[in-house]
Ligand binder design. Structure first.
Ligand SMILES: [Zn+2]
Length: 287
């Protein structure tokens, strides 16, 4: 079994209608923008101690978010979330890795599920790692276009020059293509577009058990089982297709499902608790 760790880099407030979108198309986005109810959720990142090198999936958020002017005031959504972050310096991923006995400089790969600020906010801790992002995600997140879509490209470290991922390896279950990260092919990247245009997930295969580090494909496991589109995905059709593929995969392979903002994810990883098939008797853990 690989040693894996959950790192929580503070919390962030998200809107109720982000979890479970209401309406379709522009109306769904508008409903989310005007929703006034918030829930505070954890911001998770993940560490895999792999024989080929240490892998970090997402970098969490930075305590810089507390500084006035960190978020652009002109952006209708970012302006609203600017004071919803609760991230102290000791919450940042660099400090937390050190507490685990891992120097950020010893991390071989950093994988970004997508480039929203609460996933890319800790990039500055990893100047020596090889950072991987899906080609489509990087294209969406860059420059003015990225800023308009709510990314913070001007906050990326100057040295940031990621390796861009194209999914050219074999299909895996319902996923039409993949990208094998490790030579052992036990850590594989999967295209899971929808929440963002180039969102990816990381599949870790431990013998017959799958661990799916799923970013923001859904905000909780329950929402993945229920399959609603979230309130911010720019592409409703892609988001729906991704949710369906994940559900299909988890119903045919014993899978621990780990979204970035699901309070239950840390426990599910440590106990290797798999997604249950709806309608079956709930047995606790994968043996
Ligand atoms: Zn996101």
């Amino acid at each position: 079994m690989l040693r894996m760790h959950t790192i929580q880099t503070g919390t962030v407030g998200i809107k109720t209608l982000q979890l479970h979108g209401e309406g379709h198309g522009a109306r769904r986005l508008y409903n989310t923008l005007t929703d006034k109810t918030w829930v505070q959720v954890p911001i998770f990142a993940w560490v895999i101690e792999h024989p080929e090198g240490i892998i970090v999936v997402d970098t969490g958020e930075t305590s810089m978010t507390a500084r006035k002017g960190y978020f652009p005031q002109w952006h209708p959504f970012l302006r609203q979330i600017a004071n919803k972050f609760c991230v102290g310096p000791e919450d940042e991923i660099g400090v937390q890795l050190m507490k685990l006995g891992i120097s950020p400089n010893d991390v071989r790969w950093v994988i970004l599920t997508h480039m929203h600020t609460d996933h890319a906010g800790g990039l500055h801790h990893f100047p020596r790692a090889e950072i991987l992002v899906a080609r489509k995600e990087y294209a969406s997140a860059r420059g003015l276009r990225g800023s308009l879509q709510g990314y913070l490209p001007y906050r990326w470290p100057r040295w940031f020059n990621p390796r861009l991922v194209d999914f050219t390896s074999e299909a895996i279950g319902p996923f039409p293509a993949s990208f094998a990260l490790t030579k052992a092919s036990d850590v594989v990247l999967l295209p899971t577009e929808g929440h963002t245009n180039g969102h990816l997930s990381v599949l870790v295969r431990e013998e017959e058990l799958s661990i799916l580090i799923a970013g923001d494909t859904s905000y909780t496991e329950q929402l993945m089982l229920e399959q609603p589109i979230d309130g911010v995905s720019p592409n409703e059709q892609a988001a729906g297709q991704t949710l369906k593929r994940i559900l299909t995969y988890t119903q045919t392979n014993p899978t621990v499902y780990l979204p970035s903002h699901d309070a239950g994810a840390k426990m599910r990883l440590s106990e290797r608790q798999i997604v249950q098939v709806p309608g079956t008797v709930k047995t606790s853990c994968y043996q």
